[in-house]
Design a protein around this ligand. Structure first.
Ligand SMILES: [Zn+2]
Length: 293
């Protein structure tokens, strides 16, 4: 199996998904606008789904809070570091997110804790945002290990497609247990999902995220140019496949080792803080509370 370099190649190629669409390969910036058009067409090909009548966001009781805290805290140092009031907010969001998704287990036993932990990854990425439910995606597929897709010999550890978010459970755990390589497949795929949700879906859009992402994509131009000139970067080379991967790989580094990214690529770090409205190197995380609720 290919590892490392192949990790995260998924989100983009997943969109091909045996349908002969190869919209993400061999991009150059001049083709970005036509690319965005193609992605829009691809995602809007699905009939619009009205907003689900999601269960009301109600606070979990103390017993449930303790159970959630135990499960999430077993893997997420991000969660363990939060002040008490933010822990409550995090757990309530996980509970709400989990109840609005259908989880499918492929090759492994169905477990509520797995649904909780996968939901926690989405909540970590969206913790500074008002709209965190990624409403476009109703289904989450958890597979036991790396997998292959139809008409494709590559091994995937996760991908995002119109029909759902896919994650290898083995690699999910790897992402949260190994902090030295800036690789976290769940954060990677959730950041793709967040982008798709905000630019191609019709519901659950976070207007602040959208506005800041547009600014983010214009400020990353000089960063990309710099990397091309120097031919090396703090980010793994897969980031430079295209702008979508640059986004997802940057968000991974942002959460796996915030201090490392801040030290090595301060402008990128600042841009991510603005777009996600959080600084994961601080205990409090959220930067402007008024934009997140
Ligand atoms: Zn990706």
């Amino acid at each position: 199996m290919k590892t490392g370099a192949n990790i995260g190649t998924n989100g983009a190629q997943g969109l091909q998904n045996g349908r002969g669409i190869s919209i993400f390969r061999h991009l150059n910036p001049n083709r970005m606008s036509s690319l965005l058009k193609k992605i829009r067409q691809y995602f809007s090909a699905k009939a619009p789904i009205p907003p689900v009548s999601s269960p009301d966001e109600f606070p979990v009781d103390e017993n449930m809070f303790n159970n959630y805290s135990f499960v999430i805290g077993s893997l997420f140092t991000y969660f363990n570091d939060l002040p008490a009031d933010h822990k409550v907010r995090f757990v309530n969001r996980v509970h709400h997110f989990k109840n609005t998704k259908k989880f499918h287990f492929i090759g492994l036993e169905e477990k509520d804790d797995i649904s909780t932990l996968v939901s926690a990854a989405a909540i970590q990425v969206t913790f500074g945002l008002k709209n965190y439910l990624l409403t476009y995606f109703k289904d989450i597929y958890v597979l036991a290990d790396a997998y292959k897709m139809e008409n494709d010999n590559e091994l995937y550890i996760g991908h995002v497609a119109p029909e759902g978010v896919y994650l290898s459970w083995r690699h999910f755990n790897y992402g949260y247990s190994n902090k030295s390589d800036n690789i976290n497949v769940a954060v990677h795929e959730m950041s793709h999902a967040l982008l798709y949700n905000n630019f191609f879906a019709q519901y659950g859009i976070d207007s602040n995220f959208r506005m800041n992402y547009e600014k983010f994509s214009t400020t990353t131009g000089p960063i990309l140019a710099d990397v091309v000139t120097k031919r090396r970067s703090y980010l793994r080379s897969y980031a430079f496949s295209n702008l979508h991967e640059f986004w997802a790989v940057s968000v991974e580094a942002f959460f796996v080792n915030p201090k490392g990214l801040k030290e090595n690529m301060p402008e990128l770090f600042e841009a991510l803080c603005r777009v996600l409205n959080q600084d994961p190197s601080t205990r409090n995380k959220i930067l402007r509370m008024e934009l997140s609720e």
